[in-house]
Design a protein around this ligand. Sequence first.
Ligand code: IDP
Ligand code: MG
Length: 139
Amino acid sequence: MSNDITFSIIKPDALGSGNAGSIISRINKAGFRIAALKMLHMTRAQAESFYEVHRERSFYPELVEFMSSGPALVMVLRHPDAVEEFRRLIGATDPVRALPGTIRADFGTNVRMNAVHGSDSPENALREASFFFSAIEIF
Ligand code: IDP
Ligand code: MG
């Protein structure tokens, strides 16, 4: 399993508040290369499917609502140990618990509107990347 890609989303909160450029700059400065990027507005059905693993969680309905509330940037990123290194860069799910200097600490609003997504395993990175991109769109 390739360990050099992860999948990320600049979520509707961060894109809508004008923070996408700052967040991409942080990602590049941390050494990640953009392998694929596009802007899209997820339908409810797409958000439900993307977050299928969380279907039984109490926060699933509000998560789906949020992720389909406006446009987002979906990205594939390259870096050695990409999944682990990117999770370190973005910080904990809840911005108030994320370490100082992490993207979620600096740009997140709350545990739901936490600015960015990052895959949690190399397997899920591939699944998530291929949910939004075809192989010829990943450089
Ligand atoms: P992660 O994004 O850090 O991997 P997950 O547990 O996979 O966190 O949750 C997916 C997303 O669901 C989070 O990024 C956040 O947007 C939302 N979420 C997680 N926990 C809660 C919660 O307790 N209330 C509302 N939304 C939540
Ligand atoms: Mg997760």
